[in-house]
Design a protein around this ligand. Structure first.
Ligand code: UD1
Length: 311
């Protein structure tokens, strides 16, 4: 059993990561300020006596230092973030506070209290408009949003601290994550969460463009498992890896799976392509297989069926 501190514990990926840690018998200290996290995401975890939740802002001075010195975890999984790319464009300063300063605080708290391992929520956004598919980890890092820039800077902060002070760092570059508890509230929310809500409400969906664009959609259950492996496996080294399936699914395919479950729903409308949209995104999944022994198990079809069933 390991004691793990999870920042952003009440978020979409955070709460699933907490659930997986607890299911595997670990002790978990969660921290969240509920800016975008939701208390109800932790309904399952709350009934587990191995789980403690602290309400706090990890970017605030002294918060993480105090929490880490009080709890002395073996590992920190740092998922707290400003999660919306659009919010980072509207408010770059807040983005750098929540995505870079907070990461610096994690690195410093780990150094000060001898935490030997940090797992970080990085993103395929660091690759910007990569055009060579699949996207390999060596691809150029040319982010095109403050969000992507902050994730790239955070990787550098953590890896340099790790090298200087002997902390094992794993940067997890998530592709398009989907599944239960993803918030569909904004037009820039993940497309699957938007489609799920609209079909559930008996409305049709709009596909921006011809629907041939593809993404590497990965289930949040697989992502949570990858996080737990990175936080608890023996014999792994500092580094980074794509967290993806290696498979591309088009929006037409996604809409067709929804339509099977909602035969009465109106057919999707094809709208104007979204400005700045990339056509294809697919990661290469070999490095994480080699380094963590991880490969995604949930297909898009099965993941969507679960989402539709559970909401
Ligand atoms: C991701 C970010 C987005 C950012 C972009 C930069 C997420 C959830 N989104 O977008 O904020 O600007 O990287 O590269 O992380 N779509 C529809 N109908 C809808 C909603 C979306 O057709 O109602 C389409 C989009 O135009 C896109 C695809 O679905 O082609 C996927 O969209 P999204 O889930 O936002 O992911 P990314 O495009 O990867």
């Amino acid at each position: 059993m390991t004691k793990v501190l999870v920042t952003g514990a009440a978020g979409f990926i955070g709460s699933h990561t907490v659930d997986k840690l607890l299911a595997d018998g670990h002790e978990v200290v969660g921290v969240d300020n509920f800016r975008s996290g939701n208390r109800s995401n932790l309904a399952g975890a709350d009934s587990n006596e191995q789980f403690t939740l602290v309400e706090a802002d990890v970017s605030a001075d002294g918060v993480l230092d105090g929490l880490v010195s009080d709890t002395l975890p073996s590992a920190i999984i740092h998922l707290a973030a400003l999660v919306s790319v659009q919010d980072s464009i509207d408010n770059p300063e807040l983005n750098y506070q929540l995505n870079v300063l907070a990461t610096h605080r994690v690195a410093e708290a780990a150094r000060a209290h001898d935490v030997k391992r940090v797992v970080f929520a990085s993103s395929a956004a660091i690759y910007g408009n990569a055009t060579d598919m699949p996207i390999v980890e060596e691809a150029a890092k040319l982010p095109i949003s403050p969000y992507g820039g902050a994730k790239l800077a955070s990787e550098a902060i953590l890896l340099s601290h790790g090298a200087a002070f002997g902390i094992m760092i794993r940067c997890q570059r998530y592709f398009n994550v989907f599944g239960p508890r993803q918030d569909p509230a904004s037009p820039y929310s993940g497309v699957i969460s938007i489609f799920d809500k609209r079909y559930r409400d008996g409305k049709g969906v709009t596909i921006f463009g011809d629907g041939q664009q593809t993404r590497d959609f990965i289930s949040v259950h697989d992502v949570a498992r990858a996080n737990v492996l990175a936080a608890t496996s023996d014999g792994i080294k500092s580094g980074w890896a794509n967290v993806c399936t290696g498979r591309a699914t088009s929006l037409l395919e996604v809409a067709a799976i929804f339509a099977e479950h909602y035969p009465e729903a109106p057919a999707p409308i094809l709208g104007e392509p979204r400005k700045g949209d990339i056509i294809h995104s697919r990661g290469q999944a070999d490095l994480i297989a080699k380094e963590l022994g991880f490969s995604a198990e949930v297909t898009v079809k099965d993941g969507l069926s679960e989402l539709i069933r559970l909401g």
